[in-house]
Design a protein around this ligand. Structure first.
Ligand SMILES: [Zn+2]
Length: 111
């Protein structure tokens, strides 16, 4: 039925929105990050970013800190395009929950 199809489509849109991450640039990373927020420590006006922080999306409640300084290793890049953003390469935790995922276009994509 068409109505049902439309309803599913709406539901899909809603879920998609719900799963989206927000990007927040802060002078200092918070002690307790919120769910579905990617925090970046740095200076937006200088386009200079040092660290990123997010809560592990698997639900284990641990914080994941990423280094964005390219002369240290390992190092990640955050691509910001208007309100859209992605992190590269993928995030792979080597301890505890061992989650492996991408953050692409504001969404978690499990590897
Ligand atoms: Zn986890």
């Amino acid at each position: 039925m068409l109505v049902e199809k439309l309803f599913n489509w709406f539901l899909c849109l809603f879920n998609k929105k719900k799963g989206e991450y927000k990007l927040v640039i802060v002078p200092e990373l918070p002690q307790e990050p919120k769910n579905k927020v990617l925090y970046i420590e740095g200076k937006e006006e200088l386009n200079d970013y040092w660290y990123a922080l997010l809560k592990c999306p698997c639900g284990c409640n641990e914080n994941i800190m990423l280094n964005l300084i390219d002369d240290a290793n390992p190092c990640w890049f955050v691509f910001i395009d208007g309100s859209n953003f992605s992190i590269s390469p993928s995030i792979w935790r080597t301890k505890n929950c061992r989650s492996h995922f991408f953050l692409k276009n504001r969404q978690i994509v499990w590897a």
